[in-house]
Every structure is written in structure tokens, then in C-alpha cells.
Design a protein around this ligand. Structure first.
Ligand code: NAD
Length: 297
């Protein structure tokens, strides 16, 4: 299939490479020339603007952009995709954005005959490179079915979450819970260690008891508890604090619009905001344990 791909950053570039690996023909665009060059070297065709992607004979366009403002600009801007794309070209936005924006763009697209899915991902850059991402997909069932094989070239767990916007709903709800559970594990580990427990023994108890969760048994924030976790390499790599802060902002904003209380989610957002403002935005999000245990833990 001839696919257009816009947004070749940390996630988009490896996703696009996996599409090439699955023998799709790819036309790519990014504001960064360096990002485009990398994909051209891998076999993609470079185009010079969003409009050029829309004017090429693609059957599907995938976008992987930083935030809702970029998605709005690329789809709804004066020279945006929807102003020039041919009817029936399918659209997939894999950026993580708020569900309301996803629904608004999808409604405008489908009204003019371009079926659109929101398909945010989890799995990070490692999952993007390995082609093992989880895709949380919102949109019509027929459009989901039509896109499934392409998504399977980039991910291994593809879940249809319901109508447009529901992929983003699943993503923000999961990541809000992840932030809350990471803070909870940080608090419990710090309390136990401060009271004299060995961190590994405490984690072992938690992980065979009712406190067990992914943040404790796979990604424990206490250094040295889990070999290979970011906590054991000074919180480098992994999922950055600022990305988690972005997702918490999406969750709390969506909750506000829905008048749905997210008491712990709002607290988590404030804790991550404080941590980021202290200069830790690029550290893995499990470094939030430093809010409890101090810098030199
Ligand atoms: P990134 O900043 O590395 O890449 C975004 C790319 O979009 C950049 O190359 C940028 O030049 C390009 N871009 C921005 N505006 C553009 C425009 N108008 N036209 C063309 N290109 C444009 O971001 P990323 O880490 O790849 O993340 C992309 C999305 O995936 C975000 O929404 C993020 O929240 C989400 N996400 C990221 C991760 C992760 O671990 N990085 C994990 C899951 C989800």
C-alpha cells in the first residue's frame, strides 16, 4: 500500500521504518530535514509539505505529532491535510492528544469522506523499534478492520476501543493510573526503607501481596530492586517525566470538561509538575520517588 507518514520523531521514525519493512511504499514529511533524510535512506520517498502528501496518490496517511496543537495545524490548518486530501483517503492519527480534539478532527474528516481513526500507542520507543506497540484505536469498526493489517506492521496488540476518540480515552485513563500507581509505590517503598526495611525484601513482599502492580513488579522506582529498570540506571531512558506530565494534563483537562472528579489524577499532575519544575523533566517518570527520598538516594 502507498502510505503517507507525517511526524518522524522518536516514535514516528521507527514506526515508519517498520512500514517499509512490511513492504509498504512510503511518502514522508517532517519539519525536520534530518528526520526525513533518515527515512529516505531507509527507502522512503520525501515530499516537501503536508499538502504534497495530500496530493500524492496515497491510500492512507498516518500522523505521529507531539500534541493537539500540531494535529490541528496538520489536519485543519489553511494548508492542512483536510483542505486538499482526496476523498476516501484513510487517516490515522497516532499522536497522544485529548479525546475531544480527536473527536472534532475525526468528525470533520469523516464529513468530507475521509474515514479517520485515533490510534495512540503505548510501548515507548523500544516498542516502536521492535514493532510491538499497543495501539488503542477509536473509530468505526469497518475503518478499524481496514487499518488492522497496517497497524499490525507496527504493533502486536491492536485494540478497538469504540467510536472516534475512544483510543485517546483509553490512553489517558491508563496513563493517569500509571502515574498514580508509580507515586503510590514510591511512597510505600520510601516509607518501608525509612523504617528500616531492605528495599528488595520489601519489594518482594509487595510483589507477592495485595500491593503488587506493574509499577512495583516490573518498573520499581527504588534503585537496585529491578535490574534493567530505569531506577537502576539513574532514571535514564524509559518514559520521561515531561511526557507523563503531558498525559496527566490531558487526563485532568478531559476530566474537567466532563465534570468528572480525578482527585488522585490531579494530585499526580501537581506532583509531576513540581518535579519537572525542579529540573527533572527529562528523567524517567519513576524518578518521582526522589520527591520522597531526596536527591542522593
Ligand atoms: P517527537 O517530538 O520526537 O516527534 C514529533 C515529530 O513531529 C518531530 O520530528 C517534529 O519535527 C514533527 N512535527 C511537529 N510538527 C510538525 C508539522 N506541523 N508537520 C510535520 N512534522 C511536524 O515526539 P515523539 O516522542 O515521537 O511522540 C509523538 C507522539 O507520541 C506524542 O503525542 C507523544 O505523546 C506520543 N508518545 C510518545 C512516546 C515516547 O516514548 N516518546 C510513547 C507513547 C506515545
Amino acid at each position: 500500500m502507498h502510505i503517507g507518514f507525517i511526524g518522524l520523531g522518536n516514535m514516528g521514525a521507527p514506526m515508519a521504518r517498520n512500514l517499509l519493512g512490511a513492504r509498504h511504499r512510503l511518502s514522508v514529511f517532517d519539519l525536520s530535514q534530518a528526520a526525513v533524510k533518515g527515512l529516505v535512506e531507509a527507502g522512503a520517498n520525501a515530499v516537501h509539505s503536508v499538502t504534497d502528501i495530500a496530493h500524492s496518490d496515497v491510500e492512507l496517511i498516518i500522523t505521529m505529532l507531539p500534541a493537539a496543537s500540531h494535529v490541528r495545524q496538520v489536519y485543519l490548518g489553511d494548508s492542512g491535510l483536510l483542505s486538499s486530501v482526496a476523498p476516501s483517503v484513510r487517516l490515522i492519527d497516532s499522536s497522544t492528544i485529548d479525546p475531544m480534539s480527536a473527536r472534532e478532527v475525526a468528525a470533520i474528516a469523516s464529513k468530507q469522506g475521509n474515514p479517520m481513526l485515533d490510534a495512540p500507542v503505548s510501548g515507548g520507543t523500544g516498542g516502536a523499534e521492535a514493532g510491538t506497540l499497543t495501539f488503542m484505536v477509536g473509530g468505526d469498526t469497518a475503518d478499524y478492520d481496514a487499518a488492522l493489517s497496517v497497524l499490525q506492521s507496527m504493533g502486536k496488540n491492536i485494540v478497538h476501543c469504540g467510536p472516534a476518540g475512544n483510543g485517546q480515552v483509553a490512553k489517558v485513563a491508563n496513563n493517569m493510573l500509571l502515574a498514580i500507581s508509580m507515586i503510590g509505590v514510591s511512597e510505600a517503598m520510601s516509607l518501608g526503607v525509612s523504617l528500616g526495611m531492605d528495599a528488595k525484601v520489601l519489594a518482594g513482599i509487595i510483589n507477592t501481596s495485595s500491593g503488587r502492580c506493574w509499577s512495583s513488579d516490573t518498573y520499581n522506582p527504588y534503585p537496585g530492586v529491578i535490574e534493567g529498570a530505569p531506577a537502576s540506571r539513574n532514571y535514564t531512558g524509559g518514559f520521561g517525566t515531561d511526557l507523563m506530565l503531558k498525559d496527566l494534563g490531558l487526563a485532568t483537562e478531559a476530566a474537567k470538561q466532563q465534570k468528572q472528579p480525578v482527585i488522585l489524577g490531579a494530585l499526580a499532575q501537581q506532583l509531576y509538575q513540581t518535579f519537572s519544575s525542579q529540573g527533572h523533566g527529562t528523567m524517567d517518570f519513576s524518578a518521582i520517588i526522589k520527591m520522597y527520598s531526596g536527591e542522593d538516594q
